[in-house]
Design a binder for this molecule. Sequence first.
Ligand code: PLP
Length: 389
Amino acid sequence: MMNQTAYALGANRSCIRELFEYGRARAQIVGEENVFDYSLGNPSLPAPQAVEDTIRAILEDTDPLKIHGYTSAVGDLETRAAISQELNTRYGVCTNPTDFFIGGGAAGELCAVFGALAQGEILAIAPYFPEYKPFAESAGLTFRVVPPDLPTFQINFEALEASITPNTQALILNSPNNPSGVVYTRKTLEQLADLLTRKSQEYAHPIYIVSDEPYRELAYGVEVPFVPSIYRDTVVCYSYSKSLSLPGERIGYVYVPQEATDSKQLYAAIAGAARARGHVCAPSLWQKVIARCADLRPDLDFYDRNRSLLCQALGEMGYEMAKPDGAFYLFIKAPGSSAKAFSDRAKEKDLLLVPGDDFGCPGYFRICYCVSPDMIRRSLPIFRELIEQ
Ligand code: PLP
């Protein structure tokens, strides 16, 4: 006998992975250059040269036993100090190294944070990263979706307020957002903080924000406010997967501000939930890299050029989307009645677009533009054909 929920999660690939695998198989048949794969958010920029140089330096100047040995379960103090220092300088905040738990990327960190919360409901604002649902449900939480604010994809406050109940433990926030590319403005976040403060008081327990921030560094000329500075009951799940193009290395951190309600207990519960999931001691070499590279930023020009190219070309063709100020996704209104039908039509032409249903937004499709500009240019006639059909 086996756990049927786990079986279903393992046996059925996500719609994104399904399309990606389909693209790989098609490439074998029609040739790599004839598949226009916009499915998967795998950074198309290499990690910065400084990361490569740092790895070499660590291999040369550090005792191998230390490079490859276990670190403290919650992460090397040196790494936590470097991250703390970097945030303090950048945002004028006052974090301490001991506020940080070094994790293996946002996915595992979210699971640990969800596992640390009291049983109850967790809210996600549509459109949302589909993995939130299994992460939350496997932690025993009830996953509830707040309908989107159309067409801006900021926050629909009326719908959010109606979704909060005495059982609401937390709200997942993801800005810059996957899949919409939208960045929540400071004004939106302040309004959110007011609402959650009011509701926390009304229900006499904190409603935490779990701020999922793999795309924090990927913003094109707009501010990405530091959420804990606006709402103190915030737990940040950060990842270097996208910012430093290290998705395969599994490194990031959880930040629990000391100002958060029950912060010490919450931190311990996160460490405990990670422990219960077997997530202790993030990859040691990568912790050492981050200790030396905590202030590195990606070169955004490449993504920004792709973004401009697509927004302009697709906009001129008549495709509609919210303003994509961050991450590397566009979330576009599907012409016709169904995004799935549109995606299927595109798939027939080897153009791979993810329908928005799994993101909680039927009627939209997602494009991931960490692809080559050449692929974008060659795919544009297909987009035109599809909208003119
Ligand atoms: N959260 C969002 C919104 C994402 O898009 C992703 C990955 O694509 C993750 C979390 C997981 O990222 P990580 O590689 O850090 O586990």
